[in-house]
Ligand binder design. Structure first.
Ligand code: FAD
Ligand code: SF4
Length: 330
């Protein structure tokens, strides 16, 4: 039986130094993903867990029209934040649609961004073929059965879904990730933070070993942007998305002047539907245009038996959500 070392530093620099210096060390925040994978499923191996829960990275502040969210702020704390309630209702909807109250009281914002896939083959040590867990071993999911898997950004090497709800709302709003590591600080837009599987499904984001998410910056939209997060799932609560949409429109004189659309439940990364946004901008807020946007958003999916249904479901959800935020009947 291997021995696991647990450290709980009080200073950011100490935490970063501990993980950077040891390839067998990893950060521990709320533990709702990390402890499952390590202790229950046994699909990740670490010698040392560095608990970041006591670092001064908790809470929110507003500076120059941007909400800064500390990485160890919990999902429940952020959902109850006055600025989020008033200015970012779509973020609150996404937060409260995820997991359960108990989990959201433990789960942190940094951990939510970095939650691992729910692909059942990844989480089952008895399955040999998983390129994400064992690079070069193949992908059991593409030969199925598959259902809670991705259809965008996917390929024969991996169809693992990024299952976060929060990240879908955050990519739609152009959130930026604050990172600190042994070489200093940097900022990366959330739309550029994740890496699609390609030939290396084991590489999921741009973080180097030892780098920590310290905060997430969310620009506060100007008044008049109507936004909504809608999640479709098999059960009414405590379930991951089959498909979800974060949509926001600004409409002036009947024409769409600002369009934001991101999708969950379909992408290997939280999916920003750029082409659909381009199509909508400048057009009238009519259902025919919403249908055209939905068509473009789901162009060129990679499906396997068991995931084809997501194409039509996502398109219908996009139309419904855009109709709602445009003020038309959903
Ligand atoms: P941890 O488990 O502590 O860490 C997760 C990973 O992130 C680890 O690799 C850790 O090293 C790394 N990490 C954590 N913080 C940092 C940081 N600041 N910098 C660098 N690395 C860091 N999520 C949804 O969005 N929607 C759902 O419907 C949903 N349902 C769930 C249902 C269940 C039963 C469970 C167990 C989880 C569910 N989740 C859902 C996922 C949940 O939101 C995540 O597990 C949680 O947000 C992870 O946060 P954490 O603080 O517990 O992270
Ligand atoms: Fe592994 Fe990705 Fe295939 Fe799932 S989809 S079995 S995570 S390679």
């Amino acid at each position: 039986m291997s021995v696991l070392e647990y450290r709980r530093p009080e200073q950011l620099a100490e935490a970063i130094a501990l993980v950077s210096a040891d390839p067998g060390a990893a950060y521990l925040a709320g533990g709702t993903t990390q402890l499952d994978l390590l202790l229950k499923d046994g699909v990740v191996e670490y010698r040392t867990l560095v608990d970041i829960g006591r670092l001064p990275l908790r809470g929110t502040s507003v500076v120059d029209g941007v909400l800064r969210v500390g990485a160890v702020t919990t999902m429940e704390e952020l959902a109850a934040d006055a600025v989020v309630i008033e200015r970012l209702p779509m973020v609150r909807e996404a937060l409260l649609s995820g997991a359960s109250t108990q989990l959201r009281n433990m789960a942190t914002i940094g951990g939510n961004l970095l939650q691992r896939t729910r692909c059942r083959y990844f989480r089952d040590r008895a399955v040999a073929a998983c390129n994400k867990r064992a690079p070069g071993s193949g992908c059991a999911a593409v030969r199925g059965p598959a259902r809670m898997h991705a259809i965008l950004g996917a390929g024969e090497n991996c169809i693992a879904l990024h299952a976060s709800d929060l990240c879908v709302a955050l990519v739609a709003l152009d959130a930026v990730v604050g990172i600190e590591g042994p070489d200093g600080q940097r900022s990366v837009p959330l739309t550029e933070f994740y890496v699609m599987p390609g030939e290396r499904p084991d590489v999921e984001n741009v973080l180097a070993h030892g780098e920590m998410i310290t905060h997430v910056d969310v620009p506060l939209p100007a008044a008049g942007l109507r936004a909504q997060y809608v999640k479709v799932r098999d059960w009414a609560s405590y379930e991951f998305a089959l498909v979800s949409a974060a949509a926001a429109l600004r409409i002036e004189g009947g024409a769409i002047t600002e369009a934001r659309l991101a999708l969950g439940g379909v992408g290997t990364v939280p999916w920003r539907a750029w082409a659909a946004e381009d199509l909508l901008r400048g057009r009238q807020a009519y259902e025919a245009n919403f249908r055209a946007a939905a068509e473009v958003a789901l162009r060129d999916p990679y499906t396997v038996p068991g995931t084809e249904f997501k194409v039509g479901l996502a398109q219908r959800l996009i139309v419904r959500t855009l109709k709602y935020v445009s003020g038309a009947q959903a």
